[in-house]
Structures are given as structure tokens and as C-alpha cells.
Ligand binder design. Structure first.
Ligand code: GDG
Length: 735
């Protein structure tokens, strides 16, 4: 639409310029012509008048002169007539004779002995005044002036402009309408049709040779169709190659390899993922709908897998434009720019969200599983909503798989602990895994949960339970041993209950390691410039605004550094990206306010006019911007008080294609088991954090490379494709 308006605007501008110039030209010519006609008429008139006046003037018959003048003025419809003596004094003149303002106009005419004319504006009327010398015996003895009304010249010019304007407007209207219709209904329609046809081919809905192109786009469509066919062939060849490579186990896991693995192993059995968070949230922004990827580890981990394998992802539709962008069943194809799998949204009432999500998930289970000294709140009504919503997720899945045999179901996280048992009860043939993205606490700690038994029984409905680390698996087995009547096989890490066996295994979650092109791109500093950061060193923190992430402790460590080592004042900035999260939960609102106040306090203590020690951005950024910042940061600070894995730590290492930069990582994050090259700290100790910061800022490039290499190798080797392949392999092996 914008383009249509631009084209129309351009044409309108061009037409206006053409009409404007031609009107200007016409007006100029008309003015020249009318003026010259008036001038010659005035001259002829003045000459003949002079002949009639000279005899009376020479005999000094003033009263005769006055009569002659009055007669001429009324008979020739002149605006005025005047006779002057050699000193320029009026001898006889008509009433209100207009004269030019030029001083000595009459005297100059007599001196030069030449006729002269001039336009004289008077109020709304313009006169043309001609003066010529009067002679006696060839001697100049006086002057005669003749004034004529010249207003009609202005009027004529004005009417030319007015006519041109009317013509211009009608032409603009006509052109604009014609162009709009032409572009909108001919050009735009043909291009949209071609684009739709291309999209259908890309999604595999229609074969490449069905590409449609109307009229003038037909040759283009033909060419594109050929290119598409060759791409298809190339893709098939690549896929075949990947399948063959699959046999070689030492090759790295990629999206292609995972896709081939799934094809070979699952033989077209589709994958279903269930999670609370959806990968794409649609929201209304003014009059348009926009989508965003929400901040959070589950989405980061699962999205690349779904993109590679396709399938259906069932999640809570939380955006205010989610309903509008999905079909009647709550389904839509995503990613929005290049659809590869189906997202099925579940709709929840505000009461359900308050009880199941804010209440039981985030105020009970979250603090229960994280040792961050926040007291869990167990409310009966929250538990009731939690059970209800888990039932809704299970029911939705069962509906989706009703015609499928042995569906593969991957349930995600602590929001859906009861779902595995609910699915298995109706569909014992389904192969169900649940992955717990957060830590599993000690048995004693979990013991305080009033619904512990139901939660464990719900999870044990799964064939496979995954955690990030072996430690969480151990804690889980201990908890089951304490709470549920069952037989535990420690050799295989499995739990027998009634007729069912559940395996418990560690699968350290990861990220999609970036490709070569991405790795060698130079970082763009414009983001830092826009935030006013000019310091020599940049330390970066990227987190959801969650109390488990230890942001206040991180600030304390940074303050300690600035206190103990004043040489860093003015040279280092801590940029903290804190993406808003769970803002309906009071604890989270309080935490965001505390972090903001602490940043201000430290900035007040050390800040100068040109330097702000902490730049706190309490907002969400797209992943592309975060990757840019990772590349620019001399150090990345991950100070979680307790964290299942922490993918930010892995993202930082993955983004450093230059093998520079230092990762400072909490010993209480699962990632500390995988990332051996990091500087490991206890985030509760400000002194330790400060020492690690100093070590990072003074570390030699060689040491940085050595450490970064180790971390990058580990993330690249155990990336998210391998994570899901291992999980699915383990699930299939249980058959
Ligand atoms: C849970 C567990 C476990 C951050 N800001 C923005 C944004 N992010 C992205 C990061 C990263 C992800 O969110 C955060 O991942 P984490 O792993 O650090 O944390 P949790 O959300 O707590 O995730 C965690 C994870 O699940 C996976 O199993 O590692 O332990 O708590 O990818 O880049 N993303 C966008 N905008 C932001 O502003 N789009």
C-alpha cells in the first residue's frame, strides 16, 4: 500500500510541476503581450493628444487647455491627463491624476526630450502613465501625461493562474485515480499472486512447476519456477548426503542431521511438544499486529528443534492478538516469516492464569525448586487451577493425536508436571518424555510441598524424565524413594511403579551453535552508542528479571570492584539487560524495583557527568541484538543463585567467533558443569565476583582464547540438536 501511495504521489508531483511551469510560461507571455499593447496604445494616444494640445499651450490659454483635457478624459475613457510647464508645475490636469512616485519624473522626461512610461499602483487599481515633452519651435516647453487603467492586465494573469489551478486539480484527481487503480488492481494483485504461489511452493503445499504469474510477470514466474526446481533437487541431494553422513557418528549435530535422524528413526511419526510458553506471541501495536519471541530458556531450546523437525507445539496463547492470528482451532504455521511447524494455542481464563501460572507454577514450584531463599506459597485454589489446566493441556494433546499411533510427546517443564500421567492413562501407546528445565531440589526440600505425591505420580506417568544434570536426577530419585511406593533400579536409573517403568536421565540443554557466516561478522557498535556507553571495557549481563539470576549480587560484586580498584572508575560499564518477566507476580515486581534502585544507588555513588557505571535496560531485545552485545562484551556475568542450566552462558561462548572475551559463571548454574573455560564464582561473595571481574579485565588474549576455545568446543559439540536427538533416542530405545 505504501508503494502505491508513493508512486501516486510521485506522479502527482510530476504533473504539478509540468502544469505549474506551463502556467508560469503562459502568464509571462500574456503579461508581456498585454503590456506592450498598452504601451504602444498609450504612445499613439499621447502623440495625438500632444498635437491637439500644443497650440493652446503655446498661446497660454489655460482655460482652453483645461476644457480640452476634460473632453479627452471623458471621450477617450482615460484615467487622467495633465499638462505641465517647463518647471514641472501643473498647468492643467484632470482630477486625481495618477503620477509615478519617482522624483522628477516630469523633469526627466523634459530633460531627455523622450517619451517615458511607468506603472503606478493605487489601492486595488494599477495605472499606466505615459509622459512626453511638449515643444514650441522645437524647444521643450512643458510635458503632457496620459494615464490609463491597466488593472485588466493583472486580472488577466490572475485568471490564467486560476484556470491552470483548476486544470491541475482535475488532472491530479484523474491521474491519481488511474494510477491507484492500475497499481493496486493490476500490478499489486499480480505480484501478490506470485508471492502467494511462491510461498505455497516453499511450504511444500504445491509442486514447483505450478508457479503462477499473470501477464507481464509470466516470464519472471517461468524463471523462478526453474530456480525453485533446481533448489528442490539440491535440497533432496543434500538430505540424502546428510542421511549418509548420519552413519558417521563423529560428525557434528546440525538441523539437517537431526531432521534426517528423525525421519529415519520415527518414520513419519510426528512430534508433539507441550509447554506453557509459546514461541511466538502476537500483540496489538496501534493498528497493526506484531509478533515477538518471548525471553526464556525453554523457547530458546525447543524452537530450533521444531524448526528442524516440524510437528505440533501446544502452548498457552498469551498475546492479546493471538486469537486473531490463529484459526478456529487456535492453530497457525510458524515461524511467521518461514513456516515450518504448527503452533496450537490453548486459551486460558484470567482465573486459570492466576492460579495455574502465577500461583502454583511461579509462586510455589519455582521457589521450591530453586534455592534462592524465597518462600514458596502453596495455595489450595492455585493447586486446583494447576490440576485443571494440566488436564486441559492433556485433553488438547489427546484430541490432536486421536488418529495417530504411538505418538511421540515431549512435555516441557514444571508447569505441566501432571500431564504425562494424564496422557498415558488414555493412551498407553504414546511415548512420553518430560524435561524439567529447572533444578530438582533435595528430597528434604521438596518434602515441604503439600501436593508432592501427586506431582511425582504425574511425572512418573512419563516413560522418560530428563534433567540438565546428574545431580538433579539423583535428587529426583531420592525424592521418589521418600514419597512414592515404587521400586528403584539404581543401575539403570529407573523407577518401577505398578506396571510402568520410568527412566531418569541427564540431558544438558543447549543452543543452536551459529553458522560460520555469523561467526565472522564484525560486531556493530551502534547499540552501545545509542545507550551512551563509551567506556573502554564492557561487562554484560542478560537475564529475565528473575530473583534466581542474582542480579543484585552481581551489582554488589561490581560495586566491590569499583571500591577496591578505583582505577576502573570511568573505564568499565556494566550493561544489564533485564527482560520483563512474570510481572503479575508481586515478588517479581518488587525485584525489578530493587534492581533499578540498586543501579541508581551505585550510579549515584560513582557516576560522573561522562560515565554511568551501570546501564540498566529493563526491556526485551531481539536475539540479533543480544548476539551483537555478546560479541562486544569483554566479559559476561552470569551470577545465578541457582539455575537449571543457564543458556545465556552458552550463547556468550557461541557468539565469540573471535575466541575473545571472558565468561564469569556461577557455580550454582547447571552450565558450570559444561563450560570448563569459565571463571567459576560463588555469586554470594561480592569479593569473589569482583576478583573474577578483575581477572577478566586483565586477562591476556592468549588465555582468553584458550578458555573460549574449550567452551566453544563443548557448546558446538553438545548443541541443542544433539540434546533433542539424545532425548528422542533414549525415548525410542525404551520401546
Ligand atoms: C529455564 C531455566 C534453563 C534474555 N533476554 C531476552 C531473551 N533472553 C533469552 C536469552 C536466553 C533465554 O532468554 C534465557 O535462558 P536461560 O537459560 O538463561 O533462563 P530461563 O529463562 O530461566 O530458562 C534455565 C532454561 O530453562 C533451558 O532449559 O537453562 O536454567 O531457568 O536464550 O537469550 N530473549 C529475547 N529477548 C530478550 O530480551 N527474545
Amino acid at each position: 500500500m505504501r508503494q502505491v501511495l508513493l508512486v501516486t504521489g510521485g506522479v502527482v508531483l510530476a504533473v504539478s510541476l509540468i502544469v505549474g511551469f506551463s502556467a508560469l510560461n503562459q502568464a509571462n507571455q500574456e503579461q508581456l503581450e498585454l503590456t506592450s499593447r498598452l504601451q504602444s496604445r498609450s504612445q499613439v494616444l499621447a502623440d495625438s493628444l500632444a498635437e491637439s494640445i500644443e497650440p493652446s499651450y503655446n498661446t497660454r490659454a489655460t482655460s482652453t487647455l483645461q476644457r480640452v483635457i476634460d473632453r479627452f478624459v471623458s471621450s477617450e475613457r482615460l484615467a487622467g491627463l495633465g499638462v505641465f510647464d517647463s518647471s514641472g508645475n501643473t498647468v492643467a490636469a484632470s482630477e486625481d491624476l495618477p503620477l509615478p512616485e519617482e522624483r522628477n519624473f516630469i523633469a526627466n522626461v523634459m530633460d531627455s526630450d523622450e517619451l517615458r512610461g511607468s506603472f503606478v499602483p493605487r489601492g486595488e487599481v494599477t495605472y499606466y502613465v505615459v509622459a512626453l515633452p511638449l515643444h514650441e519651435d522645437e524647444r521643450v516647453v512643458g510635458a503632457l501625461t496620459v494615464a490609463q487603467n491597466a488593472t485588466y492586465i493583472d486580472e488577466s494573469i490572475r485568471s490564467i493562474w486560476w484556470n491552470s489551478l483548476v486544470r491541475l486539480f482535475s488532472q491530479i484527481l484523474l491521474f491519481a485515480a488511474a494510477i491507484f487503480i492500475l497499481v493496486r488492481w493490476v500490478f499489486y494483485r499480480s505480484v501478490s499472486k506470485l508471492v502467494q504461489s511462491l510461498q505455497a511452493i516453499r511450504k511444500g503445499d504445491t509442486p514447483a512447476d505450478t508457479l503462477e504469474g499473470d501477464g507481464f510477470l509470466r516470464p519472471l514466474a517461468g524463471e523462478i519456477s526453474k530456480v525453485t526446481s533446481s533448489l528442490r533437487q539440491a535440497r533432496t541431494a543434500a538430505s540424502e548426503e546428510a542421511r549418509m553422513r548420519l552413519e558417521k557418528l563423529d560428525s557434528p549435530w546440525t538441523a539437517d542431521r537431526l531432521r534426517e535422524f528423525i525421519k529415519a528413526q520415527l518414520k513419519n511419526r510426528p512430534i508433539f511438544v507441550l509447554s506453557n510458553a509459546e514461541p511466538y506471541v502476537h500483540t496489538k501495536v496501534k493498528n497493526t499486529v506484531e509478533w515477538t519471541v518471548p525471553a526464556g530458556g525453554v523457547v530458546t531450546a525447543i524452537e530450533p528443534v521444531m524448526e528442524a523437525c516440524g510437528g505440533t507445539w501446544i502452548a498457552h496463547g498469551s498475546g492479546d492478538a493471538d486469537k486473531k492470528t490463529a484459526d478456529a482451532e487456535g492453530k497457525l504455521k510458524v515461524p511467521p516469516e518461514e513456516p515450518k511447524y504448527t503452533l496450537k494455542r490453548i486459551w486460558l481464563t484470567p482465573k486459570e492464569v492466576a492460579g495455574y501460572y502465577n500461583g502454583f507454577s511461579n509462586e510455589a514450584l519455582w521457589p521450591l525448586c530453586h534455592m534462592a531463599h524465597v518462600r514458596p506459597q502453596f495455595r489450595k485454589e492455585d493447586w486446583h487451577e494447576y490440576k485443571k489446566v494440566n488436564g486441559l493441556f492433556a485433553k488438547t494433546l489427546l484430541q490432536e493425536v486421536r488418529h495417530l499411533e504411538r505418538p511421540i510427546v515431549l512435555v516441557q517443564d514444571y508447569h505441566l508436571a501432571l500431564v504425562p500421567a494424564l496422557i498415558k492413562k488414555s493412551r498407553p501407546d504414546a511415548q512420553v518424555a518430560i524435561f524439567w528445565h529447572i533444578p530438582w531440589p533435595s528430597a528434604a526440600q521438596f518434602n515441604i510441598c503439600p501436593s508432592r505425591k501427586e506431582i511425582l505420580e504425574g511425572m512418573l506417568g512419563a516413560d522418560l524424565i530428563g534433567f540438565h544434570t546428574q545431580q538433579y536426577c539423583n535428587n529426583f530419585i531420592d525424592t521418589v524413594g521418600n514419597e512414592v511406593e515404587s521400586r528403584i533400579d539404581l543401575e539403570h536409573f529407573s523407577v518401577f511403579r505398578e506396571d510402568h517403568r520410568t527412566f531418569v536421565k541427564p540431558f544438558p540443554a543447549s543452543i543452536a551453535f551459529p553458522g560460520i557466516a555469523e561467526m565472522h561478522r564484525k560486531p556493530d557498535r551502534s547499540m552501545l552508542e545509542s545507550l551512551g556507553i563509551q567506556s573502554k571495557h564492557l561487562v554484560l549481563g542478560v537475564d529475565r528479571m528473575d530473583y534466581i539470576k542474582g542480579i543484585l549480587e552481581r551489582f554488589k560484586g561490581f560495586e566491590f570492584l569499583l571500591d577496591a580498584h578505583p582505577e576502573y572508575r570511568g573505564t568499565v560499564t556494566l550493561l544489564q539487560i533485564g527482560s520483563p518477566t512474570r510481572e503479575s507476580v508481586e515478588k517479581y515486581r518488587e525485584y525489578a524495583a530493587q534492581v533499578s534502585a540498586e543501579a541508581e544507588r551505585i550510579n549515584g555513588k560513582f557516576g560522573t557527568r561522562d560515565w554511568k557505571p551501570i546501564v540498566f535496560e529493563h526491556r526485551s531485545y531481539p536475539h540479533t541484538t543480544l548476539r551483537e552485545l555478546y560479541r562486544l562484551a569483554d566479559a559476561c556475568l552470569v551470577t545465578s543463585l541457582h539455575d537449571g542450566m543457564n543458556l545465556v552462558a552458552k550463547e556468550y561462548a557461541a557468539a565469540r567467533g573471535d575466541e575473545a572475551g571472558v565468561l564469569i559463571l556461577s557455580q550454582f548454574a547447571g552450565a558450570s558443569r559444561d563450560l570448563r573455560g569459565a571463571l567459576i564464582i560463588n555469586p554470594y561473595s561480592a569479593e569473589e565476583t569482583s576478583a573474577a571481574l578483575r581477572a577478566a579485565l586483565t586477562m591476556s588474549k592468549t588465555e582468553q582464547h584458550r578458555r573460549m576455545k574449550v567452551m566453544r568446543a563443548s557448546v558446538s559439540d553438545y548443541n541443542i540438536y544433539r540434546w533433542s536427538a539424545e532425548l528422542i533416542k533414549a525415548l525410542l530405545r525404551l520401546e
